[in-house]
Write a protein that binds this ligand. Structure first.
Ligand SMILES: C[S@@+](CC[C@H](N)C(=O)[O-])C[C@H]1O[C@@H](n2cnc3c(N)ncnc32)[C@H](O)[C@@H]1O
Length: 325
């Protein structure tokens, strides 16, 4: 059961230190709670902004961000907290939540005062790898040196291109690739399924990948002109597995259809890297999400630039998660 803030123990004891902190989504709270309930996740505490989990078997798809391998740090005073934090890392990021005023005072000594600049894809600001901390009570810090996304709360403020791409859909793709920390390299062969009007294809062509772009309808004329894009009109699912460096899909289709399709790709062994959007119909279904999550080397996540959809990422670097209930 989820606890409400009123039930916070007066003082967090080491035994209460969560293994994971989930940043709660603004919009999809119910979806996250359904997912946690389905997996019988042990939520030891919830604040307005976070859920604290006693375990780290898997990373819930609907969390805006996951702080992994959380540790606790006891301190006496603000100076003591700063000294102990600096002993771990010279620079930190601070997430204001419980005991915010006290936390902000600690942050003054360890957090860079530089305002966060918009992210210019494909690069990350150096602060993206700084560890993060928040306060659990007046004398306990919770911190993580492994955050699932480049910002503490998950939102990545990109410098947008308002001239060429025909829609803002490319932001979802940039977000997924930034979280993965890898993107197509010049000359790599990629296929973009369900590509019209073409912002994903544009984003991939900008990386100088060689893009096969497939949709039933044409791309916008500006995108069509790119020499890196070969447009093919037709049914995305008729594109049979063939050697490719990346497969991308934003096709609007039943999730089950996408599952069977990507499964055939995985079985073929022709491609190791996938970024595919799962278009949800009606309520989010934890059973369906789990099917994608339990594919080998996979993550399912909600991009904050996306709407009622999830993104399945498959990459050789991703480790298998444990879903044992
Ligand atoms: C959300 S839009 C894609 C937007 C695109 N990623 C972009 O950045 O501009 C979904 C696309 O899927 C296409 N689509 C749906 N079913 C398809 C199918 N079976 N084969 C090919 N395209 C399909 C639609 O024509 C539509 O253009």
């Amino acid at each position: 059961m989820l606890r409400t803030p009123q039930l916070l123990p007066p003082r967090v004891r080491p035994a209460d230190i969560p293994r994971q902190i989930l940043i709660r989504p603004k919009e999809f709270q119910k979806e996250l709670l359904d997912e946690l309930r389905y997996h019988q996740a042990q939520v030891i505490y919830s604040t307005d902004e976070t859920h604290w989990l006693q375990e780290d078997r898997f990373e819930p798809a609907w969390a805006d961000c996951v702080w992994r391998d959380v540790k606790g740090l006891e301190f006496d005073s603000i100076t003591d907290a700063q000294k102990k934090l600096r002993a771990i890392s010279p620079r930190w990021r601070y997430f204001g939540d419980l005991f915010h005023r006290r936390g902000a005072l600690i942050a003054e000594g360890v957090v860079s005062k530089k305002k966060q600049q918009p992210f210019r894809f494909p690069s990350l600001p150096p602060s993206a790898s700084d560890p993060v901390f928040t306060l659990a009570d007046e004398h306990w810090i919770l911190y993580s040196q492994s955050v699932s996304r480049p910002t503490m709360n998950g939102l990545i403020p990109f410098e947008e291109n308002k001239d060429v791409p025909p829609s803002r859909a490319y932001l979802k793709l940039w977000e997924a690739l930034t979280i993965l920390g890898e993107w197509p390299q010049p000359g790599e062969r990629v296929v973009d399924l369900g590509s019209s009007p073409g912002s994903w294809s544009w984003a991939l062509a900008e990386l100088n990948a060689r893009v096969v772009s497939l949709d039933r309808t044409e791309l916008s004329p500006k995108v069509m002109r790119s020499t890196n894009i070969e447009f093919r009109r037709g049914d995305a699912f008729s594109f049979q597995p063939t050697p490719m460096d990346w497969v991308f899909s934003d096709v609007i289709c039943y999730p089950e259809k996408l599952f069977d399709y990507v499964h055939s790709w995985l079985e073929s062994g022709h491609c190791q890297k996938f970024v595919c959007n799962i278009k949800l119909r009606g309520e989010s279904d934890p059973v369906l999400i789990e099917r994608f999550q339990t594919l080998p080397q996979s993550r399912v996540l909600h991009t904050l630039h996306g709407k009622h959809e999830l993104t399945w990422i498959h990459h050789p670097r991703l480790q298998q998660q444990k879903f044992v209930k």
